[in-house]
Write a protein that binds this ligand. Structure first.
Ligand code: ZN
Length: 217
């Protein structure tokens, strides 16, 4: 990126989506969010969000959830074309997942990943919606990457790996888990929230309550 845009996308992820940047503002703020969505030709009342509690819980949502925050979950999934799904992040991994008709938005921090949020999500695609894993596409949005994510030694046991320079490669953990679940279409925008400070909010860097929104239409 040479000039800052209000959002980033992955060109290969074949479904309307984005992750907002600093330039779009703090999309956790409803007034800022609604204004931004309208500027993008999107109707804010069609958006469904999760309250995000660092769990591995996924909720199936529909039209009656329009405009609401869903309690006690970090992932939303739907077969309803009339709604959009979103997640807020500032270092955690935002994932947007679809086969074209079923779509999901997932908030995946180390804790949710450890607790199995990726496995739970793909399970719902397979067992509730009869989607073949090979037909699923995943967008991995901006998050804190190996360059910047220092953690304690206890993460070696949690994820059964050896840390390099005390850094955790969350991107690789996510990619490998998805690959092991049988997915082949995994698209990572390859951006770090912590060191690309012109573009992204970072909780670790700034202890900020501001958040980017990743959204799938
Ligand atoms: Zn970095």
């Amino acid at each position: 990126m040479n000039t800052i845009e209000k959002f980033v996308v992955h060109k290969k992820f074949n479904h309307k989506h984005f992750t907002s940047t600093i330039l779009a503002g703090n999309l956790k703020d409803k007034i800022v969010r609604d204004k931004f969505l309208i500027s993008q030709g999107l109707n804010p009342t069609n958006l469904v969000l999760a309250n995000q509690v660092h769990s591995a819980n996924i909720k199936i949502v529909g039209n009656t959830d329009s405009g609401n925050f869903i309690d006690n979950c970090d992932g939303l999934i739907t077969n309803d074309k009339s709604i959009m799904l979103g997640v807020f992040t500032a270092d955690c991994v935002p994932l947007l997942i679809t086969n074209g008709t079923i779509k999901a938005a997932i908030h995946a921090g180390w804790k949710g990943i450890y607790l199995g949020i990726l496995e739970n999500t793909i399970e719902v695609f397979k067992n509730k919606f009869s989607v073949h894993v090979k037909d699923i596409e995943v967008y991995i949005g901006p998050h804190i990457r190996f360059c910047c994510y220092e953690v304690g030694k206890n993460f070696e046991d949690l994820f059964n790996l050896k840390l390099q320079d005390n850094k955790l490669d969350l991107s690789r953990i996510v990619f490998n888990k998805l690959k092991n679940l049988g997915l082949v279409n995994i698209f990572d925008v390859n951006k770090c929230t912590f060191c690309q400070d012109d573009y992204f909010f970072s909780y670790r860097r700034d202890k900020t309550s501001k958040r980017m929104l990743s959204l799938i239409v």
